[in-house]
Design a protein around this ligand. Structure first.
Ligand SMILES: [Zn+2]
Length: 380
């Protein structure tokens, strides 16, 4: 363990350099050419480390890179590979670097995508490097990096699920929650409510109108009332609009709703409720569509087992590792829902994911990279 920690400290500089290179390659999910360039950079790096690299080319989204390290896996029990899961896309548009430069200051690495999650990707490749140099990589490890996580993983999801099914465990390189690993995540859902009413002159023909905004307001009240904080279920109307002019009874209004569920069983229940929404004014129509797009990552027995192992290894490395749950989704939600033990938040420690102050705390990089390596190493 001490050797892994010392090795990780020695490699801190190159870990930071690789992170910076990835950050300099700006990679918003919606710019295929940009995100592909970042993927190509990562793929070249993995190849250089000796990885068996395969590019899953995509037509309308960024490519997905799969890199395999260590001996080729057998398909039996314990010898199954471990999947390291990450993404290279960010929420930041091209040009963000001009106002949010990538730089080291005050013990942090700042910049768009540093924490979420390019530092995590660099930590994973550094951990693999450490293990290969120490001849401790005795099982196959698959590093899978996608380009569409920030937009819900529409094309990478089947690739992730296919590979996860072949693996004994999934380690997700998303940022830590504070200092904690994540053992549970809520599932996420997304609904649209579109109301059609009847337009009319607000002064001349008021009673002929059917006010779509009023109907939408009622629907917003109804769905917001489904929030059950005690059980961690939330329904939040995030965007709404409607109408044209103040003197026109509005014929149209719509809302976009965010839903978070702690348990898989909540999915069917909330889906039924949305499907059963009816207008209070029979002259209005409601068009309701959407669904749960990421199942919850429940705190399963397999995940707890992985966390306990990490907790013990962290102690040997000299720090106390805690666990946390979060309302945010990741690709770990998909793999956990398949029943594959999944541990999340194994990437960098920092602040400000998706925010202007996005940054990584450099002091935590080496110990967490050593922990990641220890989680991939054979038991001592
Ligand atoms: Zn992320």
């Amino acid at each position: 363990m001490r050797a892994l920690l010392a090795g990780a400290r020695r490699k801190e500089r190159s870990l930071l350099d690789f992170t910076r290179n990835l950050v300099q390659a700006e990679s918003p999910s919606d710019s295929k050419s940009a995100v592909d360039a970042c993927v190509a950079l990562a793929a070249a790096h993995m190849k250089q480390l000796g990885g068996r690299v395969k590019l899953h080319r995509q037509q309308h989204h960024g490519n997905v890179v799969e890199a395999r390290f260590g001996p080729r896996a057998s398909t039996r029990g314990d010898a199954k590979p471990i999947l390291l899961l990450g993404h290279l896309d960010t929420v930041w548009p091209l040009g963000t670097l001009t106002s949010m430069p990538c730089r080291v200051r005050d013990g942090r690495l700042w910049g768009p995508g540093t924490l979420d999650m390019k530092a995590g990707v660099a930590m994973a490749s550094t951990a693999l490097e450490l293990l290969m140099e120490a001849d401790l990589l005795r099982r196959e490890v698959i590093l899978l990096l996608n380009s569409d996580e920030e937009i819900g993983s529409p094309v990478s999801r089947p690739i992730t699920e296919h590979l996860a099914r072949q693996c004994s465990a999934v380690y997700v390189l998303e940022p830590a929650q504070g200092l904690a690993y994540k053992t549970a995540r809520k599932g996420t859902g997304d609904w649209h409510i579109v109301v059609k009413g009847i337009a009319a002159h607000a002064g001349v023909d008021f009673e002929k109108g059917a006010n779509a905004l009023r109907e939408l307001a009622r629907a917003i009240e109804t769905v917001s009332g489904w929030t059950d904080l005690k059980h961690g279920l939330t329904v939040s109307v995030g965007v709404a609009a409607g109408g044209t002019k103040s003197n026109v009874v509005p014929a149209e209004a719509w809302a976009h709703v965010d839903v978070r569920i702690p348990r898989l069983a909540d999915a069917a229940r909330i889906t039924r409720k949305f499907a059963a929404l009816r207008p209070a004014d029979p002259r209005c129509t409601l068009d309701v569509f959407g669904g749960i797009n990421r199942p919850p990552m429940e705190r399963s027995r397999g995940t707890v087992r992985l966390f306990r192992k990490a907790h013990l290894l962290a102690r040997e490395l000299g720090f106390e590792l805690t666990e946390a749950s979060t309302g945010g989704g990741s690709d770990g939600n998909f793999t956990a829902a398949l029943g594959i033990p999944t541990l999340d938040g194994m990437g960098a420690v920092g602040e400000g994911a998706h925010a202007r102050h996005e940054s990584v705390l450099i002091e935590h990089l080496a110990p967490r990279t050593a922990l990641l390596a220890a989680m991939l190493a054979p038991p001592a």
